[in-house]
Structures are given as C-alpha cells and as structure tokens.
Design a protein around this ligand. Structure first.
Ligand code: FMN
Length: 164
C-alpha cells in the first residue's frame, strides 16, 4: 500500500496547561488556542514555538490557530464600546440564535422549529458561495502549509547508510 499524499494525518492539539503545551510542542502540527488579545496570542505562540525548538523541532512547521472574536467599529473606541455592549447586554436565546446567522450573511435561524430535523433548504448558502468549496492544495496538510513528514523507514535507511 502506498503512502497517503500527506504522509500522515495532520496532528492537532488543544490544551493550555503546562503538560498540554509540552504535548503540543512535542507532536502537534496545528495548535488551537484562544487569544483574548494580540499580546496574549503572541505570548502563546512564542512559548509554544520556543518549547518546540527546545525539543529539536523546526518552529515553522507548527501552525498556531487562535480562535478570535472580532469587533468592528469606525474607531478603536467605538469597537470597544460594541464589544462591551455585546458582553454586558442581557443574553436571551432568541438573540443568540439570531447571532448564529452572522457568519451566514445573517441567515435567520429563528424561523426553524428547533425540535425538527435541520431543513435542507437552509444549506443553500453553501451554493451562494458563502462557504469555501475550492482549495489550493488537495490535502489539509498542504492547505496549512505543513511539510510532508519523511517516511520513518526511509529515514531509518538513510541513517543506517550514514553509519556505514
Ligand atoms: C483552545 C482550546 C480548544 C479546545 N477545543 C476542544 C474541542 O474542540 N473538543 C474537545 O473535546 N476539547 C477541546 N478542548 C479541550 C482540551 O482538548 C482538553 O480539555 C484537554 O484535555 C485540556 O488539556 P489542558 O489541561 O492542557 O488544558 C480545547 C481546549 C482549548 C484550550
């Protein structure tokens, strides 16, 4: 059986404890994290990549994937005001359901019966080009810009040859 095009599946890790970070630095290729601020995200990235380098890995071969929430206003102060408003305003279920539509061009999910199966017609936004359907590479590894790991048997053969 030949090797898969991406060599091996991409290994993702998420976890923020000391052991979790070490695990990610040891084997992770895609690392999920929350970033409450740019500074916090950069600190996490530097820490993780520093740990990976200390373990002999190339830090560029790890993709850090922060989950971010973006607030947009005409000025920084206005964006902060919108953030404060959204975080402090009473949260009700209908409002949360309405906000679910935000990444789908404000599709109104409140119109569906929550106890019924999800209607197929709600998937038309995929056809309207709101969801990415084409990628540059044919593999997830390629689209993340990660290198194909060397086959362990090839690697073992090469080091055996070097020892000769
Ligand atoms: C940014 C982030 C994202 C996570 N995403 C998931 C997830 O999608 N599914 C899941 O089951 N656990 C998820 N977790 C939980 C961790 O994978 C899991 O709780 C882990 O054991 C925590 O390790 P830690 O003690 O190093 O934080 C996530 C944790 C973090 C920090």
């Amino acid at each position: 059986m030949s090797r898969s095009p991406q060599g091996q599946p991409v290994i993702f890790q998420a976890g923020d404890s000391d052991q979790g970070r070490d695990l990610g630095a040891t084997i992770g290729e895609g690392i999920f994290t929350h970033a409450a601020s740019i500074a916090q995200g950069q600190a996490f990235c530097n820490d993780l990549k520093g740990r990976a380098a200390a373990k002999g890995r190339d830090p560029d071969e790890i993709v850090i994937m922060p989950g971010v929430t973006v607030y947009v206003g005409d000025t920084d102060a206005e964006a902060r005001e919108i953030e404060r408003d959204l975080q402090t305003r009473d949260r009700d279920f209908g409002r949360a359901l309405a906000e679910l539509g935000r990444p789908f061009a404000w599709h109104d999910f409140r119109q569906y019966d929550l106890d019924a199966p999800f209607p197929q017609e709600a998937l038309v936004f995929a056809e309207r080009g709101l969801v990415r359907t084409r990628y540059a590479s044919t593999t997830l590894r390629g689209n993340l810009g990660l290198p194909v790991p060397e086959n362990r048997y090839t690697k073992a053969r090469k080091s055996a040859l070097l020892r000769l």
